[in-house]
Design a protein around this ligand. Structure first.
Ligand code: GDD
Ligand code: MG
Length: 386
């Protein structure tokens, strides 16, 4: 038996409003819930039993995967009444492990798309007799991650989560969110309280001279925690830039799922996904985007590097650039949104509300306004016609 714990309890705050009703690991990425890619990769590497450490919108995980048989896995669900943090969640989930104290247990953050060779990481862990082995990644800007310097022999010398000052940036190696723990090490994490594995467990292990090792991996790696990374990860899977045993079709320029309708004169490219029940009308151009279930892209709309939520509508001639459109929102005709806008679930953006170029008609006497239904950060605010 080979066991894994998957951390899937985070609130996915940076992905709001996409995560208002769907937890981050269940958002559709290249046609299936993101977690399916991770579970399939773990199964392909010989993992047989997975404990899902859930908290936020916990009930949706079991509804999606049941006992895991469909994926060839035995799945268990452990739900924290209130979130226990990454270390607390690992300790809490460990109550359901069957591994012996000396067995290796794989632990994965639930939002990482990567090409890591899990079996090789586990083999390395066994070979070195480490207490914990971390996958590491070299990145250009490590500020949003955990910094993990190592010595020449691969032993971790420090762990610094999310450095605050330039002086703290002492390495370009970051924690890639994929660990192998010797089971007995997990059992030493304090139970029943909030613990951060990054801020508490790893620094303490280093202080007690435990053998914590890092393996730098140079395969594809992306944390899907932001809108830009979410749409990029999906597009990269569709285009075959990273492989997944769960990809529902051969790699290509776009993935149109059964039950979607795309007009022959629409243009799809850049790894776009069109989900079941979604409609792309004549002359629409959709590039590198995720169009979710039941969404509607009207004639002549342009959608680039964006996520269009379930049953959302993008009106004729509207253009979106790196936009997040919440479930059920309507961005009506002739809007031109600058990059980075988030539209709240169910919001209605009146025709020609936001323009980058001059509106084709003079300003109407009647005031038109955007009326978001909730005030999520970054949501479009009331605006007069440009
Ligand atoms: N069950 C449970 N309970 N899961 C949690 C909790 C919790 O209280 N808090 C977070 N998680 C899960 C999230 O769902 C996610 O899968 C994972 O733990 C990591 O949380 P993120 O919120 O995505 O953290 P991050 O991306 O800011 O930082 C982490 O990942 C980086 C790599 O992407 C850290 O591990 C960094 O050190 C690391 O570099
Ligand atoms: Mg993350």
């Amino acid at each position: 038996m080979s066991e894994a714990i998957l951390l899937v309890g985070g609130q996915g705050t940076r992905l709001r409003p996409l995560t208002s009703h769907i937890p981050k690991p269940l958002l559709p990425v290249a046609g299936v819930p993101f977690l399916t890619h991770q579970l399939a990769r773990a199964a392909a590497a010989g993992v047989t039993r997975v404990i899902l450490a859930t908290s936020y919108l916990a009930e949706l995980f079991e509804a999606e995967y049941g006992n895991g048989a469909r994926l060839g896995l035995e799945l268990e669900y452990v739900t924290e009444e209130s979130a226990l943090g990454t270390g607390g969640a690992i300790r809490n989930a460990a109550r359901r492990l069957r591994s012996a104290p000396s067995d290796p247990v794989l632990v994965l953050n639930g939002d990482i798309l990567s090409g890591v060779d899990i079996a090789a990481l586990r083999a390395h862990h066994r070979l070195t007799g480490a207490d914990v082995t971390l996958q590491l990644k070299r990145v250009g800007d490590p500020r949003a991650f955990g910094l993990v310097p190592t010595d020449e022999g691969g032993r971790v010398t420090a762990f610094l989560e999310k450095p605050q000052t330039p002086e703290e940036i002492i390495t370009d190696q970051i924690n890639a969110g994929c660990y192998v723990f010797t089971r007995s090490v997990i059992d030493r994490i304090p139970p029943d309280r909030v613990v951060s594995v990054e801020r508490e467990t790893f620094p303490e292990l280093l202080a007690t001279d435990a053998q914590v090792r890092g393996v730098v991996d140079d395969t594809y790696w992306l944390d899907l925690g932001t809108p830009a990374a979410f749409v990029q990860g999906s597009a990269d899977l569709v285009r075959g830039r990273v492989t997944s045993p769960a990809l529902p079709g051969p790699p290509g320029d776009a993935l149109v799922l059964p039950g979607a309708r795309v007009h022959p004169a629409a243009v799809l490219s850049g790894g776009t996904v069109v989900s079941p029940g979604a409609v792309i009308e004549e002359g629409a151009v959709v590039e590198g985007s995720v169009v979710m279930t039941g969404a509607h892209i009207a004639p002549g709309a342009t959608v680039h590097a964006s996520a269009v939520g379930r049953h959302a509508q993008v009106g004729p001639g509207t253009s979106l650039e790196a936009t997040v459109v919440g479930d059920g929102a309507h961005v009506e005709e002739g809007n031109e949104l600058p990059p980075g806008v988030r539209i709240a679930c169910g919001a209605r953006m009146a025709p020609y509300s936001v323009r980058l170029s001059a509106a084709p008609t003079p300003c109407a006497t009647e005031h038109t306004a955007v009326r978001p239904t909730s005030g999520a950060r970054g949501t479009a605010r009331p605006a007069t016609t440009a």
